[in-house]
Write a new protein. Structure first.
Lengths: 231, 231
DNA sequence: CCTATCGTTCAGGTCCCGTTCAGCACCTTC
DNA sequence: GAAGGTGCTGAACGGGACCTGAACGATAGG
């Protein structure tokens, strides 16, 4: 999952980036409203952590503009405690959640997890497909109950596909969500990772859709040969 | 484990800090409500010892505010014996335990141990993983029954990892729990301690998760090839 | 004042992981 | 069936994350 952190205070910005990266996310950063507005419009983030008090362009305005533009990226707002009204305005402006400053990092991480989970339409922090199970909180993958050793990138690919089950995901989309801003586009790394995943997992759950990308089918009830569902 | 001591009376504050440090904890201190409120919101303490009668901002209020913010850090309240009602209010406000003043230092230490144990979800004061056993009360570590000589920092690293068995602990998180407020961030001390621990312990229970941190696996029952657990 | 121990720093080395690339297989189109 | 495009895979490389041995400085105890 690829996130954007918008926070003008350099130390805090760094701490947020660090903590989120430790969790396995890919993180871009912005230090003012202009920059944030541009990146948010341009890059397909899975979530944006947005401070309200910003130079250049206020965080609330930025958020309002995004929403007006039809950009639905989930947003977690950071707001000063004594500016209670900002919270209300923030939620009105289309924020998905907020955290009051000062905060404990763990609090932010928990809310980020919650929003991403909600956005993916999941009830729990684990996604399973056949014998494969993935835990978004601990970043662990099991196959028939046995732990699978995945590298960081392998995990990101699998996690993105699993949070988009049923959908065909293009290589480009995949690339945009597991790498940050600057990355050499034409490269076959995705193919290599998919290959390695297939080798490491007992069931081949990753389907290739020629000319389009990859897809993992939802583990819905077994499908009969004629295409109808079994009860 | 990193603790915060909130007590306005300087002598008592010093005594508490001293006693807790002798037990092997890392201790920050605050002398009034404002300071306490801020530190509690910001730093990831494992436990806070909170006096009720405080200048600037009453201890109970501080605690209530924390709880309202969703800050769940365990709190041990210190209250004057003759103000019985404070005890009730304290527990209502979300305290985990209380000690009446004047108290025996040993009493406080015992309750601190108890709360930390509960918070870690442990039944006893000892944690074991394979041949390694750690006693939170005596701060002693044994390997196959033999005592292991660990330095203070080595012990802290091992203890933190063991109380978070199964979880990947980032270097940052580890640092925050074994050092007090001001500590140079980028330094490889953690790596050095992990290295020394691995050398001193017969079983290599500390696993490194590249790019994320370290983890100690729970000593769960052996897993069979078919995925079922052995009794 | 001297010594032992411990925490920290630093430099060098090692190993893993991400990436690249070439060759092959397969499908599609003509 | 040939040719070109698309995807797969094994091997290899380079860089960075991690490890480790040694040295230094601080501190406490004698």
């Amino acid at each position: 999952m690829r996130l954007l952190v918008v926070e003008d205070e350099p130390t805090l910005n760094g701490q947020l980036k660090q903590a989120l990266e430790d969790e396995g996310y890919v993180v871009d950063v912005a230090f003012d409203g202009e920059e944030a507005a541009f990146l948010g419009e341009t890059e397909p983030y899975d979530l944006i952590v947005l401070d309200i008090g910003l130079p250049q362009k206020d965080g609330l305005t930025v958020l309002e503009d995004w929403r007006a533009d039809g950009i639905a990226t989930p947003v977690l707002i950071l707001t000063a405690r004594d500016r209670w009204s900002d919270k209300v305005k923030g939620m009105d402006a289309g924020a998905d959640d907020y955290v009051a400053k000062p905060f404990q990092m763990e609090e932010v991480l928990a809310r980020v997890r919650a929003i991403l989970r909600r956005a993916a339409g999941l009830a729990s922090n684990t996604i399973s497909c056949g014998p494969i199970e993935l835990d978004l909180k601990t970043n662990r993958v099991t196959d028939n109950g046995l732990a699978v050793r995945l590298t960081a990138q392998e995990y990101r690919v699998l996690a993105y596909l699993l949070t988009n089950t049923g959908k065909v995901v293009s290589r480009t989309e995949l690339t945009e969500h597991i790498y940050d801003q600057d990355f050499d586009r034409d490269s076959n790394t995705i193919e290599v990772f998919v290959g390695r995943l297939r080798k490491k997992l007992s069931a081949n759950i990753i389907e290739t859709v020629r000319g389009m990308g990859y897809r993992i089918q939802p583990p819905e009830d077994a499908v009969q040969a004629d295409g109808s569902k079994a009860s």
